[in-house]
Design a protein around this ligand. Structure first.
Ligand SMILES: C[S@@+](CC[C@H](N)C(=O)[O-])C[C@H]1O[C@@H](n2cnc3c(N)ncnc32)[C@H](O)[C@@H]1O
Length: 585
């Protein structure tokens, strides 16, 4: 590094703050990862841009620190979430409106959750119901209630049918239907108690199913990547509405109808923001687990064989409070920064390769977090919430690599040219001296090399000013699909500067030997110092070293690092994902 850069080597931003948790969006970057860059590389009142804005965390970081922001994305859900965060509504008005919505909606549909508390026979309302898939046994054709099979097998995956003892594996087994099994209610002492599903519950479920309303829904078409990846054909899911029980379809519709009638629009927007935030939990995607609910996997449409049907009124009530907490957090952090007068944050729907709303040399800082390749299909997953909103994302320019379906051909090239063009756009709009901070993570050197070349070719030069490891505290969602191995679980934030192109070195040394040399040098440290790290951590350190020295990373794959680790006598603990000393038996 030519001079000391005011950002640490590791930027830590755990995903636990009230702002982060108010509304989910895939692969959000917490504001605490963005703020150090705004503080160090811009002044109050400067203009910050994020062309892959998603849920708008950059705009919120700008608001907190008194910067102006114009952020953009192709995502309508992203704009809805960001606008929800940014809307300024008085806490009392939100609570009053939410009370009004809940009172009216409860009158309409709460009877469907009515039950009897079995411990004392009193009237109660279900808090949640546990449902299980029923599979057909391939030997005796009897129905296997998966939850019961788990219970009989001490909560481990069952390998035999509990009717005939024939072999059973849920993979490949024929699915018959879903069955409600356990109802959770509040006990007399206020604590939650589990009880078996009773006649009254079954009657309510049947009534809700018979009178099931049509709710806003979008088709998850067969050519959508997530249709195939989530095996929707097998489970019979065709549209977003299929993921809701009859009861929850009734309740969601009654709440939504009340919200859309609320005025003023800013309060309506906040409540709709709370509403879209609860949709995954209100659906069958909310996974059951013996220990505690596992939430919905937000990167796919997976429905677990045991799932919850949650009381939507309670989800909504709690979410409104979480949103009020997030609003307070934004405000108190603004005050901590001495920001009392408003700055402007705007969200445009626009593809990052054509930032038509921005002039040349007009922006002080670009903070960009593009999709990382073929792991996450944002527009497919956004259908779930967009069904209830006005706009739907146009995915034709989505920067993503398709691996199945009709869009597979030429997809890698389209992704690459979009990212490279987006980097060139960032260069165009930046003022001379302005910085681009690029969040990126991938386990393939070829994808990193595309970024490296794109930065160099667009004028930012071949050696970044700074590279930080972004540690969000848990494994990156972008890498979750394939387990620990060969998946980068940390991301890098690469900072480059727009200076005069003439004095920049744009050549990236491409020899394989160079990369290997860096790799080996970096790995030939005391092996004990690697114990406890993850292989991704080491991979990113090596990548960082190579990129900082303008050396091509094309052939630097996470699996190379894992091979090297083996040679050093270390093993990867599959459970923790961390390196341990190899001990022979
Ligand atoms: C990694 S996410 C950004 C998440 C964001 N940092 C946040 O905190 O919510 C990448 C985003 O890029 C968006 N995207 C994909 N293709 C795009 C394109 N051509 N132009 C602009 N945005 C695009 C996706 O919709 C997604 O929201």
């Amino acid at each position: 590094m030519p001079e000391k850069f005011p950002i640490p080597e590791v930027v830590r931003a755990p995903r636990t703050d009230p702002i982060y948790n108010a509304h989910g969006y895939l692969t959000k970057v917490p504001v605490d990862a963005i703020i150090p860059y705004l503080e160090s590389l811009t002044e109050p009142g400067d203009l910050v841009v994020d062309p892959f804005a998603g849920s708008g965390m950059t705009a919120i970081a700008a608001k907190i620190t008194g910067r102006n922001a114009i952020v953009s994305d192709i995502s309508h859900l992203g704009r809805h979430i960001a606008s929800g965060y940014l809307a300024e509504v008085n806490e009392v008005d939100i609570r009053d409106a939410s009370k009004q919505v809940l009172e009216a909606a409860r009158k309409e549909s709460e009877h469907l959750y009515k039950t009897i508390r079995q411990e004392d026979g009193s009237n109660a309302v279900m808090v949640r119901t546990v449902w299980s898939y029923i599979y057909e046994c391939s030997h005796c054709s009897e129905g296997i209630v998966f939850y019961k099979a788990l219970e009989r097998n001490s909560w481990r995956a069952p390998s035999t049918c509990y009717h005939c003892e024939g072999s059973f594996s849920k993979k490949g087994a024929k699915y018959i239907s879903d069955a409600p099994l356990i109802v959770v209610v509040k006990g007399a002492n206020g604590k939650q108690v589990e009880q078996e599903v009773a006649r009254i519950d079954l009657d309510n479920i049947a009534l809700a199913d018979e009178t099931r309303p049509s709710i806003p829904s979008l088709e998850i078409a067969k050519d959508r990547e997530m249709y195939k990846r989530s095996a929707l054909e097998k489970w019979g899911y065709r549209a977003t509405s299929d993921f809701f029980s009859g009861r929850n379809a009734h309740v969601l519709k009654s709440i939504w109808q009340e919200i859309v009638g609320i005025n003023p629009p800013s309060v309506r927007q906040k409540l709709l923001f709370a509403f879209t935030a609860i949709l995954p939990r209100a659906s069958k995607r909310y996974q059951w687990s013996k220990k505690r609910p596992l939430n919905a996997a937000n990167q796919n449409y997976y429905v677990a064989p045991v799932f919850y049907e949650w009381n939507v009124f309670e989800l909504f009530e709690r979410k409104v409070e979480a949103i009020i907490r997030a609003d307070k957090e934004i405000l108190s952090r603004q005050h901590a920064y001495g920001v009392y007068s408003p700055t402007e944050q705007k969200y445009e729907i626009c593809s990052a390769d054509k930032l038509r709303y921005l002039g040349d040399n007009s922006v002080d800082l670009v903070f960009a977090d593009p999709p990382f390749g073929s792991n996450i299909f944002y527009s497919d997953m956004s259908l779930f919430q967009e069904a209830w909103l006005d706009g739907k994302t146009d995915a034709t320019t989505e920067a993503v690599i398709h691996t199945t379906g009709t869009r597979k051909n030429g997809s890698a090239e389209r992704y690459e040219s979009l990212i490279v063009d987006a980097l060139a756009e960032a260069y165009r709009v930046l003022k001379p001296g302005g910085h681009l901070c690029l969040v990126f993570g991938n386990s393939k050197g070829s994808i990193w090399s595309m970024v490296q070349n794109g930065l160099a070719e667009s004028g930012f030069g071949s050696t970044p000013r700074h590279i930080a490891i972004l540690d969000k505290g848990q494994r990156s969602v972008k890498g979750l699909n394939s387990g620990f191995e060969s998946v980068a679980t940390l991301d890098l934030i690469v900072t480059v500067q727009k200076t005069s192109t003439k004095d920049r070195e744009t050549h990236i040394r491409t020899s394989l030997e160079d990369t290997s040399t860096v790799l080996v040098q970096d790995m030939e440290v005391e092996e004990s110092s690697l114990v406890g790290l993850t292989s991704s951590h080491i991979y990113l350190s090596v990548l960082k070293e190579a990129m900082s020295n303008g050396i091509s990373v094309t052939d630097l794959h996470l699996s190379d690092i894992e091979d090297r680790i083996e040679h050093l006598g270390l093993v990867l603990n599959k459970r923790t994902g961390r390196l341990e000393q190899f001990v022979s038996d």
